[in-house]
Design a protein around this ligand. Structure first.
Ligand SMILES: Cc1cc2nc3c(=O)[nH]c(=O)nc-3n(C[C@H](O)[C@H](O)[C@H](O)COP(=O)(O)O)c2cc1C
Length: 319
């Protein structure tokens, strides 16, 4: 029997499901077990147009696993994760009482409540070398690799981003899929998908390094954009099999929580990795070792969490 009371299990699920997921699809399901939980993928929430192989689905599930582990540690609970990628299963999580949480472990869990994707304008202060080292360590701790995109590579990356955006709109079902996950009038009660505030890139956002067009072309700023100084980073994995995707999701979560703790905001620029051709072009442009899993702009600015989550009772259900 798990020594963890069910109220704590529910709290852990609430914290874990704060994890980022592609288009806020939350493609996961948890089943209580005698000693913890089983994480399964919910393929009804898979993005078949851009993610037929389920890479982004498993990245999302990996992010949930890392969030769960961080939240558990803050309660003095150890969450032992074993991958089990058979059928819809992703991993088993064994929960057991461990040592008391350290202040650093509690801080890491608090970051879960503040982390969110920011698509607005960043300000013009640089990400410090010390903060970049911190992000690097967080990613390495989960077996990932972080490659900082140099200033002289940014134009090439921009070109790939805008080509990728155009190519995606030619993919059968891409626009319908976006429309399923971006809120329309009357969607206010939804516990998933992307509300208007989440897809709004806000005033003053430079057009450089354009984010995904969730809701039609991004508006052209009327005024010249104010300077922004985000750092662009590429998260890579050594392998590119389903287990690597889950592990990359854990690394992505570690990166984002470390960024939050450092007072940094992050925006995935995933459109350049969705399609095999642009993913390959990015690999060649940057000469990366390993497989790109997520490109992000990271920087300073202000914004707040705006995406909803499904209730715990919808996610954690007996088999
Ligand atoms: C695998 C993956 C891919 C994502 N791709 C993009 C993307 O291309 N563009 C973007 O703006 N956000 C992207 N996101 C961020 C999600 O849209 C975001 O996590 C989700 O809407 C929940 O919002 P939150 O991060 O603010 O909690 C991605 C997240 C994950 C995990």
């Amino acid at each position: 029997m798990t020594a963890v009371p069910s109220a704590q299990v529910k709290h852990l699920v609430m914290m874990a499901t704060r994890a980022p997921s592609v288009h806020n699809t939350q493609p996961w399901h948890l089943t209580p077990t005698v000693s913890g939980m089983l994480l399964s993928r919910d393929r009804t929430r898979q993005l078949h147009a851009i993610d037929p192989g389920g890479r982004e689905l498993l990245l999302s599930c990996g992010a949930l696993l890392h969030h769960l582990q961080v939240a558990a540690r803050a309660l003095g609970i150890d969450a032992l994760i074993s991958l089990d990628l058979r059928g819809d299963a992703v991993a088993t999580v064994e929960l057991s009482q461990g040592h008391d949480a350290t202040p650093a472990e509690i801080d890491a869990a608090v970051a879960i409540l503040h982390r969110h994707t920011s698509r607005g304008r960043f300000d013009d202060s640089d990400v410090s070398a010390a903060d970049l080292q911190r992000l690097d360590r967080a990613v390495e701790g989960q077996g990932g690799m972080l490659r900082v995109v140099r200033a002289d590579e940014l134009t090439g990356v921009e070109v790939l981003l805008s080509r990728a955006e155009r190519a995606l709109h030619q993919v059968d079902g891409y626009d319908d899929e976006l429309s399923r996950w971006v809120w329309h009038d009357g969607d206010d009660e939804r516990g998933d998908g992307m509300p208007p505030d989440a897809v709004d890139h806000g005033a003053g956002r430079a057009e450089s390094l354009a984010g995904r067009e969730f809701d039609g072309p991004l508006p052209r700023p009327e005024e010249p954009p104010l300077p922004e100084r985000p750092t662009v980073v590429l998260l890579c994995s050594l392998g590119d099999a389903p287990a690597d995707w889950v592990q990359s999701g854990r690394a992505l979560s570690a990166l984002l929580l470390a960024a939050t703790q450092a007072g940094l905001l992050a925006q995935p620029l995933g459109q350049v990795i969705d399609l095999p051709a642009s993913r390959l072009a990015l690999t060649q442009l940057l000469g990366t070792v390993g497989s790109p899993q997520m490109l992000l702009r990271i920087g300073h600015g202000t914004s707040r969490p705006v995406t909803p989550r499904r209730p715990v009772a919808d996610v954690l259900t007996p088999s």
